[in-house]
Design a protein around this ligand. Sequence first.
Ligand code: AMP
Length: 181
Amino acid sequence: MILILFGPPGAGKGTQADYLKEKFNLLHLSTGDILREEVSNNTELGVQAKKFMDSGELVTDELIIGMIKNKIESTVNVEGFLFDGFPRTISQAEALDQMLDSSNKSIDKVISLEVDDKTLIERLLARGRSDDNEETIKNRLEVYKNQTLPIKDYYHSKNQLVEIKGDSSIEEVSSEIEKSL
Ligand code: AMP
């Protein structure tokens, strides 16, 4: 099974991923988590990524696509993948389709978590990550609308998109997601 958790920062992608990966034995690939680990290990990739992350801009497609390719190719013994925070641009979405095509796989569902801006901002401010300050949050939501939201149409036109209301309790959202699969 190959799932994508889609939605703006603060929509609950990470929280739902924790549940879904256990339930379906999927490898959880969060590009944000992978990047933060690269930053904390001070790798070359981390150093390059950090300046984008600090300002809430997207890391370049080239770096992200290379990183995901490595992870997919080096993984054995999972029943599928759960992408979280990836893809974030149309180019990334197309690159993912190509990677999956070449191993005769395809995306089963793109789960879009729908949450209004006010709730997102409240959740992000409560979370308190270093890029969860008011200035950066504003930019991340802007970047989401301009660069990431167009992907919804891309997946909608391929009949892969489901929209789930993401502002109820964690358990209710999980159960709605399961019903949609
Ligand atoms: P996240 O944890 O998903 O909110 O990601 C934190 C930051 O990492 C983002 O603000 C971006 O700078 C960067 N990032 C994570 N995933 C991607 C991606 N797929 N494409 C580009 N940048 C990303």
